[in-house]
Design a protein around this ligand. Structure first.
Ligand SMILES: *Cc1c(COP(=O)(O)O)cnc(C)c1O
Length: 359
């Protein structure tokens, strides 16, 4: 198999042992003589797998007992609708920090109109920073944030203090750094960046927040449905859950979340240092808000015409997925948990070599 450095934004690089275990389970699940996609999800073997997955989440994130975790379909995008359906009675507050945050807000507005309010936005500077100094309305049912802005490369680095339940889309930074789950009402995300493959969505929810809205909630939209049935009210996405379990086992074997954080700090420092040193490139996000997961940069002034040349140069050296999102341009290197430090070193070397020849 060809060796590449995979900087895709999601789906993205996954731990090799998780993929290997997935292949094994597709062939023969736990010695059953059947593939994991052929077994009954009501079988003892599968029940043990679900329990293992939940156990790993609880252990790795120190999830308190009054929080439930469920695994559902629909991606993080479906949570943009499910969160307000479950929590919004009078008012919901949103922080607009990028494309995904905008979509979450738009969905709440679509469903509940003026009850969804925007508290602050960084749209004025093309989402290159995280707003600060805003006030969270005390009469809101919740305050929604997107902790990592996957497209523009900014991140909320600490757990915010909020007078109302904090709801966080952590699709692209879950398990990348320590978080204090007890400071959140809900944490959700699609698995396909840091914890597995597309097809499963995790939702961690403080149980006492549920059952407070006066409207009827459709069965599959109501978090209590899956909480009550251990995410098996209907057929769960077994294969994505298995890949998630194997990915979390790898996280655990590599120092858990603190271990990931240490690796991620190191990788991000390597690449940001090069962006700041190399005269041909410049970072797009405010320094204090720079994401550890998605590192965005463009050609510096005077070198704008070298963008295509660098893309070709990098591609030749095995770099994959470094093209920036169309709304930012330039380059984006996504350096999720499973991205090895060697890949970041290779990209840094590539930038240095390019400067040697073209700078
Ligand atoms: C990728 C991403 C999403 C979308 O996730 P889906 O599972 O594809 O719906 C939402 N929010 C953030 C922050 C993301 O990075």
């Amino acid at each position: 198999m060809k060796t590449v450095h995979n900087f895709n934004a999601g789906p993205c690089v996954l731990p090799k042992p998780a993929i290997e275990a997935g292949i094994e389970a597709l062939k023969d699940f736990k010695g059953s003589g059947m593939s994991v996609i052929e077994i009954s999800h009501r079988s003892k073997d599968w029940e043990a797998s679900m329990a293992e997955c939940e156990g790993l989440w609880r252990e790795l994130l120190n999830i308190p007992d009054n929080y439930k975790i469920i695994f559902v379909g629909g991606g993080a995008s479906t949570q943009f609708m499910m969160v307000p359906f479950n929590l919004l009675e009078n008012k919901a507050a949103y922080l607009e920090t990028g494309v995904w945050a905008k979509k979450a807000f738009a969905e709440a507005k679509l469903c509940f109109g003026e009850k969804a309010v925007k508290v602050a936005s960084s749209a004025d500077k093309n989402f290159t920073y995280v707003p600060k100094g805003y006030e969270i309305p005390k009469d809101a049912d919740y305050f929604h944030i997107t902790t990592n802005n996957t497209i523009y490369g900014t991140e909320i680095h600490k757990d915010l203090d909020s007078p109302v339940p904090l709801v966080a889309d952590m699709s692209s930074d879950i398990m990348s750094r320590p978080v204090d789950v007890s400071k959140y009402g809900i944490i959700y995300g699609g698995a396909q960046k840091n914890v597995g493959t597309a097809g499963v969505t995790f939702v961690i929810v403080r149980e006492d927040l549920l059952g407070k809205v006066s409207r009827a909630i459709p069965t599959m939209v109501d978090y209590r449905t899956q909480i009550k049935e251990g995410s098996m009210f209907n057929t769960p996405p077994v294969f994505p859950i298995l890949i998630m379990t194997e990915t979390l086992k790898w996280v655990k074997a590599n120092g858990g979340v603190p271990g990931m954080y240490e690796r991620n700090l190191k990788k991000a420092a390597l690449l940001y240092n090069e962006i700041d040193r190399n005269k041909m490139f410049i970072g797009t996000a405010e320094k204090e808000d720079r994401s550890l997961m998605n590192i965005c940069f463009v050609m510096n002034k005077g070198y704008e015409d070298k963008e295509e040349a660098f893309m070709a140069f990098a591609k030749e050296r095995g770099m994959v997925g470094i093209k920036g999102h169309r709304s930012v341009g330039g380059f984006r290197a996504s350096v999720y948990n499973a991205c090895p430090v060697e890949s970041v070193q290779a990209l840094v070397k590539c930038m240095q070599d390019f400067e040697q020849v073209n700078g």
